[in-house]
Structures are given as C-alpha cells and as structure tokens.
Design a protein around this ligand. Structure first.
Ligand SMILES: Nc1nc2c(c(=O)[nH]1)N[C@H]1C(S)=C(S)[C@@H](COP(=O)(O)O)O[C@H]1N2
Ligand SMILES: [Mo]
Length: 300
C-alpha cells in the first residue's frame, strides 16, 4: 500500500479561529452552490459550528492531571510530548516502536469536524486534525487472527500529578473491535484548529471515535496492540455496571445514575436549552451496520 505524504502544517499555516470559521462558511456556501454539500460526509458535517479553542482546551477530562475540568489545562503542560514513540505490537506483521515524527511524515493529515459527546451528558463540536487509524494499522500490517485493538496512555508519575490518586487503575487503557478501529470515521487526532493538539487534549496523538462516549477516545497513546480477545478498558474495570465495552452514544439507554436522552452543549451559555442526544451521536448512517443484529441494551 502506498502512503501519501503528509500536508505539513507549519506555524505559518496556523489558522486563526475567525479566519477558520469564515473559510468553513465560504467552503460550505461554495459546495452548496454546486449541489455538493456534504458529499461523502455525514449530512450536516458542513453545518456543525465548532466550539471555540477556549471551550475545547479549558474544559477537559484527563484524570491523570486531576479530576476537575480545569485541572488538565493547568497541569498537562508538564507532559513531555517530544520525542514520542508508539509501540505497535501483538498480531501485526511489523511490530515495533514507531516514532511519532515518522508517523506524521507518512500520514495524510485531514480536518474532521465531529460532535463529541461525554458520558456525563455534555457535548462539544471539535475541528480535529488527524489521520485515519486504519492507515496506521495498515502501516503495521494487521494479521488475519486479529479481532480487537487495545490502546494504552502514557503513565509518568513525575509528570502526571493525578496518578497518585487511584481514581482509575493506571495506565488508562481502552479498546475497540477491529472493524470499529478500521472504520473511516475513527481517527488519531494530532491537532485542533490546525494547531498541534494541546497536552490537555491528549498530545501528541489521541484516538477519536465520534459515535462513542468520550471516554473511549483515549489520550496520549503510547501503545496499540492487535489481539484476538476483547481487551480490558479502564472505565469498565472501574465500574462494569455503569460502563460497557461498546459505549456507543445511545439516548435510549440511560446511565444508571442519569438520563442520556439529552445533553448540555458546552459554550451555549447559562440559558441554552438542552439538546436531544442522537443515536450513535448522529453517525448512525455510517456506523449502525457495525452493530446489525446486536442487542444494544445488553451490549451497552
Ligand atoms: N488517558 C485518558 N484519556 C481520556 C480521559 C482520561 O481521563 N485519561 N478522559 C476521557 C473522557 S471521559 C473524555 S470525555 C475525553 C475528553 O476529551 P477532551 O478533554 O479532549 O474533550 O477524553 C477521554 N480520554
Ligand atoms: Mo467523558
């Protein structure tokens, strides 16, 4: 398989948020004029209005840096993000330590504006930059016996003040079925608004699976393992009754302690009405087929 060259984002290419938004509007209008709006994209991809840089980078969940929403923005600057390597191992043809810089050299970086829905019932819209996880998996060569992908976050007690509290069993781990991992909507994000992804959002690369609750989108990934068994996941280990392996966004399956029918949009202001939560977070046309015939109440 041939790999495309990355379209490099240098500091000169950084898109100020206002210019970015007007550019999106222009592109949307141009596409609509040609009758091409949304071709090959989720129907409303062009009409999603991203949250501000401030919303996205100051209201975070990254428990390794503390459990308050403002802790990651304050504490994650301690994280050393370069050099960085990702170990890819298990059922792959080319296991090894892949340097982040080398990955970036061979991947094509795209912009993906996705809804992001946390299991705590708040949501944002984030303009990610990144590459499809499928392309990274192809680089390592997935073997026929592989059925799942396991992910692990870096664990550094000296840089992560939150890990002295046993809120979770560190390191943070997550997992996907192989077909979910290879779905074209599943990306490894390396940027937001055309800038490098900030540490509090999971620098230098983090998973983004837009039809699942936010906790599946594991940050600062250092290891990706192809396996034939469903891998353990941090929130399921912490509370299996409340957090399943699949964790697809589903307004009809409530969390045992709160409703999942609606969500609070971050940045909407104090009086903005809650918005109905969409099945698969609005990506059902693309992903419902992955779960055909499955009981989504049992497999929550
Ligand atoms: N390593 C790690 N990854 C993580 C988390 C975490 O605490 N540690 N929190 C998860 C949760 S609950 C959410 S909602 C998202 C938040 O991502 P954001 O801060 O970029 O919005 O990251 C997910 N990935
Ligand atoms: Mo979350």
């Amino acid at each position: 398989m041939a790999y495309r060259w990355k379209n490099t984002l240098s500091s000169q290419d950084v898109t100020p948020e206002a210019a970015f938004l007007s550019r999106r509007t222009l592109i949307g209008a141009a596409l609509a004029g040609l009758g091409l709006a949304g071709a090959g994209l989720p129907a409303d991809a062009e009409s999603l209005t991203p949250n501000t840089w401030e919303d996205i980078t100051r209201y975070n969940n990254y428990y390794e840096f503390g459990t308050d929403k403002g802790d990651p923005a304050r504490n994650a600057r301690m994280l050393t993000v370069a050099p960085w390597t990702v170990r890819i191992d298990g059922l792959v043809d080319r296991p090894g330590d892949y340097a982040f810089d080398e990955i970036m050299r061979v991947m094509t970086i795209e912009e993906r504006i996705y809804r992001f829905r946390c299991v705590e019932a708040w949501s944002m819209v984030v303009p990610w930059n990144g590459f499809e996880l499928a392309d990274l998996l192809a680089l390592a060569g997935v073997q026929p016996g592989a059925k799942y992908v396991a992910f692990e976050t870096v664990l550094r007690a000296d840089e992560m003040p939150g890990v002295r509290y046993r809120v979770l069993d560190w390191p943070y781990v997550e997992g996907l079925r192989l077909d979910e991992a290879r779905h074209p909507l599943t990306i490894m994000a390396t940027g937001i608004y055309g800038r490098d992804i900030p540490a509090q959002n999971g620098a230098p690369l983090r998973l983004v699976v837009p039809w699942k609750y936010g906790f599946k989108s594991i940050k600062s990934v250092v290891r990706i393992t192809l396996t034939d068994k469903e891998p353990p996941t941090s929130w399921n280990k912490a509370n299996a009754r409340e957090y399943g392996f699949y964790s697809n966004v589903n307004p009809e399956v409530d969390h045992p302690r709160w409703s999942q029918a609606t969500e609070r949009q971050i940045g909407g202001g104090l009086f903005s009405p809650r918005k109905p939560t969409l099945m698969f977070n609005g990506y059902g046309d693309e992903v419902a087929g992955l779960y055909a015939g499955m009981d989504l109440v049992k497999n929550f």
